[in-house]
Ligand binder design. Structure first.
Ligand code: ZN
Length: 342
């Protein structure tokens, strides 16, 4: 379809290969192919869990408001385990014929976290500071467990079952209360030394802009997140006028153009309540800015589009984190028969 859709290559079987930094696991990837994932989404608003099969279909989704889940770290974890038990019981009920039990537990969570989620400290869950989520879940579920940040999880989900199917190189983003992201390059999700690759919220988009919670200023998150928009306008982000929507899109496009040029990629898929809530006007402004700033031939034509997965995305992404952890290739609609990544 020409330069606007340069990503018609198949993702290939190498997509989403396991992290080279993955710690030891007793899981047999072959065995993982025979069962679903127990998927968990940890957020400041809610804790959610479900069973996700190898096709990315979510079963038995349950959730509980994080604020009601418990005041201290152990109460919160106990509520999470309860939620997981209910989901597992529902799955067994759905599969009376003895369908496969989950073979891996995958988790997407707000950060920051230590690499691999060995200790997580989600900004909006104050009772978990350095909480050893991975070890605790492994112990509670008996499953090999993998934890990654929610934006990277979403990025995997979009390549597997969303708006980036078939793309070997793309940026996934979440523009909501905060701004996060993940990058798939050469068919692989990037981790980086500390697991934070793709953290696009802290690219500078306004050289003299607002102070950011990271300590810098003019970061994308400090200018275009829901939190920033509320601070700038004095109103909830959902009540933003056309000028604010256009500015938000422009700044997101500015960051995307930088990343596209740096990393030689031509697709960005964007989720999150701010981006999706603002809709067409946001995406049009972002695209204009990308077209204006990504000028080198390899980056020109970079496309920004809404994420394709709706409310399922966090659990699909969490499952993808788990399957990736045990080395299972995620088959997407265009994958499997395509070119090998390497
Ligand atoms: Zn920042």
């Amino acid at each position: 379809m020409g330069p606007r859709h340069p990503l018609g290559v198949h993702a290939g079987r190498d997509s989403f290969a396991p992290m080279t930094t993955a710690t030891t696991s007793s899981a047999d990837p072959g065995a993982a192919g025979s069962g679903p994932a127990l998927a968990i989404d940890i957020g400041g608003t809610k804790l959610a869990a479900g069973i996700v099969d190898a096709d990315g279909t979510v079963f038995g989704h349950r959730q509980v408001p994080t604020q009601q889940a418990g005041r201290d770290a152990d109460q919160l974890f106990a509520t999470l385990v309860q939620l997981v038990d209910q989901v597992q019981a529902t799955w067994v009920g759905l599969r009376p014929g003895g369908g496969p039990l989950p073979v891996v537990c995958g988790v997407g969570s707000g950060g920051p976290m230590e690499p691999g989620g060995e200790a997580i400290s989600p900004l909006n869950i104050p009772s978990w500071r350095g909480f050893p989520l991975r070890a605790r879940l492994r112990e509670a579920t008996g499953l090999p467990t993998y934890v990654d940040n929610d934006a990277k999880a979403l990025t995997l989900a979009e390549g597997w079952r969303g708006a980036a199917i078939g793309a070997r190189d793309y940026l996934g983003m979440v523009v909501s209360t905060g701004v996060g992201g993940g990058i798939v390059l050469d068919g692989r999700l990037l981790d980086g030394e500390r697991g934070n690759a793709g953290h696009i919220g802290h690219i500078t988009v306004e050289p003299d802009g607002r102070r950011c919670r990271c300590g810098s200023y003019g970061c994308l998150e400090a200018e275009a997140s829901g939190t920033a928009i509320a601070a700038i306008t004095g109103r909830p982000p959902a009540e933003a006028d056309a000028a604010v929507i256009a500015r938000t899109g422009t700044l997101v496009g500015r960051a995307v153009a930088t990343v596209a040029t740096l990393l030689d990629l031509r697709l960005a898929v964007v989720a999150g309540s701010v981006a999706l809530g603002y809709g067409d006007a946001f995406f049009a402004a972002a695209q204009r800015e990308i077209d204006a700033r990504a000028r080198l031939p390899y980056a020109a034509g970079c496309v920004i589009r809404p994420a394709g997965l709706g409310s399922d995305a966090p659990l699909v992404g969490a499952a993808a984190v788990g399957f990736r952890g045990v080395g299972l290739t995620l088959q997407n609609e265009e994958g499997g028969g395509g070119e090998r990544g390497e």
